[in-house]
Ligand binder design. Sequence first.
Ligand SMILES: Cc1cc2nc3c(=O)[nH]c(=O)nc-3n(C[C@H](O)[C@H](O)[C@H](O)COP(=O)(O)O)c2cc1C
Length: 212
Amino acid sequence: MTLVNAWYGGRPYSAARDHPIQGIRAMDINEAIAARRAVREYTAEQVDEATIKRLIDAAVHAPSAVNQQPWGFTVVRDQHALDRLSNEAKAHVLATMMGNPHAEQFRAHLSDPRFHLFYHAPVLILISARSELPWGVEDCTLAAENLMLAACAAGLGSCWIGLTQGFLNTPEGKRLLDLPDAWMPVAPIIVGHPRAVPPPVPRNAPVVRWIG
Ligand SMILES: Cc1cc2nc3c(=O)[nH]c(=O)nc-3n(C[C@H](O)[C@H](O)[C@H](O)COP(=O)(O)O)c2cc1C
């Protein structure tokens, strides 16, 4: 498909020719959107550094408010750090969940010492807003979706692990990953080679109101 994009200097833009994310196999965008799943079973195989850099490259092509590009990336491959983060985040959710019906449904899982919040994935990529700019959360979330779609196109699995966000935003959580004080963790995304890809999750019919 060729289209003229004024922001691309007015010259014809070809997604196939000009796509700057090298090394990620071309996958139709609709295919990637439909195929991406929250993957919760991984092999022990590492994700190499070049691939991780390509995923981050895909992430930073997301739009951002006033083009501030406020995202910062923390790549955690140290399994001891991931084990510790999992344990401390579980304890944090259990200690703070009282009366929160969304969290309560996870009590049995979180109380099970065998349950690993990161499903033993080989890498966690934490996307943080580097300062409290307006729309930092939105910008990092858009970057996260780009990263997850690029992972899918590269044959990798991914999953956003929201249950760690509460702990990651405490001083102890930030210290565990040595995050700069100003950084606000937004999107903890695990990535790895899927051992199994879950079946498609049915979508509810969208609630749409048309005006005009
Ligand atoms: C903000 C957010 C937080 C999530 N947190 C978790 C989590 O803590 N643990 C988990 O296993 N899945 C988590 N997920 C994955 C969702 O459960 C999953 O996306 C949803 O069930 C739909 O499945 P699909 O992604 O395969 O379409 C999270 C997803 C989002 C967007």
